[in-house]
Design a protein around this ligand. Structure first.
Ligand code: ZN
Length: 277
């Protein structure tokens, strides 16, 4: 029997790149439409950033609320995950949309160098975001950009700031952070089992590593993330025409890995989430 795997779509991200690929949805209407198409293609979890009209990164809860409402209307059982990450956002504002109680929110448990910047998550901010998620009964997706973040997440559990079972995402292929290597993923999985037993996980490959990491994740028992936030191309020569196209491309890996896309209800059960509102 094929194993059900969760397909997540990161629709927008925080880097302005509409000029590189016009399919990147930026306004709430574009985001709702693009997510709906991805949902019809088989994605059951949407990872959401919002943008100002000039395409810069925003934390405005009013924008998050518009998307939340639109998605509840058009894809009512889809899992909504708000980003609390992101360059160009005031740290004090990064948790401001959590009061809207999305199903999930992203939580990076440490700082890391990216290609040209430091992605800064000071310990007090990590604790504050974790506490807010606990308060609002939001399930965090722990973003692991570097190995220490795995142990930091285990420490959050120990201090009562993160409720097990955790859901973690290994992010691979960002310059200066974790390389997209099978050995790295296998090592982190053995540490995950020891430090966060029962955790669910995804290995997400950035850019040209997306499909390779999706295949590895499916093969090793994990879930998949794709979308225009991580990759604006279908292959070296072709821009992705939509988030849905990237989802379809990853779902095509199911057959060779004896997996199938999980339904929204299955995904909610696996992630220990409440039923759709
Ligand atoms: Zn993101």
């Amino acid at each position: 029997m094929p194993r059900p795997a969760i397909f997540a779509v990161a629709i927008t991200g925080s880097i302005p790149r509409k000029k590189d690929n016009p399919a990147v949805p930026v306004t709430p209407d574009e985001q709702i439409e693009s997510t709906h198409e991805a949902y019809e293609a088989g994605a059951v979890l949407a990872h959401i950033h919002v943008r100002n009209p000039d395409e810069s990164s925003s934390s405005d809860p009013a924008l998050f609320a518009q998307i939340q409402e639109g998605l509840r209307k058009h894809c009512p059982d889809m899992i909504q995950q708000f980003s609390t990450g992101g360059r160009g956002r005031d740290p004090a504002e990064r948790g401001s949309s959590l009061r809207l109680k999305p199903d999930m929110a992203s939580l990076a448990t440490g700082s890391v160098n990216f290609k040209t910047i430091v992605y800064e998550n000071v310990p007090s901010l990590v604790d504050d975001l974790a506490k807010a998620m606990l308060n609002y009964e939001i399930k965090p997706e722990i973003e692991i950009f570097d190995l220490a973040m795995l142990y930091n997440a285990a420490d959050l559990v120990k201090r009562g700031l993160l409720k097990p079972p955790a859901h973690v995402q290994f992010v691979l292929g960002i310059p200066n952070a974790l390389p997209p290597r099978r050995k790295v993923v296998e090592f982190m999985l053995s540490e995950l089992e020891e430090f966060l037993p029962g955790a669910t996980w995804t290995a997400a490959g950035i850019g040209r590593h997306q499909r390779e990491m999706a295949r590895l994740s499916l093969e090793l028992g994990g879930h998949v993330r794709t979308g225009l936030e991580d990759n604006i191309k279908l292959d070296r020569h072709t821009l992705a025409p939509s988030n849905a196209a990237l989802v379809k491309q990853c779902i095509a890996l199911c057959e060779e890995t004896d997996t199938r896309p999980a339904t929204p209800a299955e995904a909610r059960e696996m992630l220990d989430l409440r039923a759709a509102a």
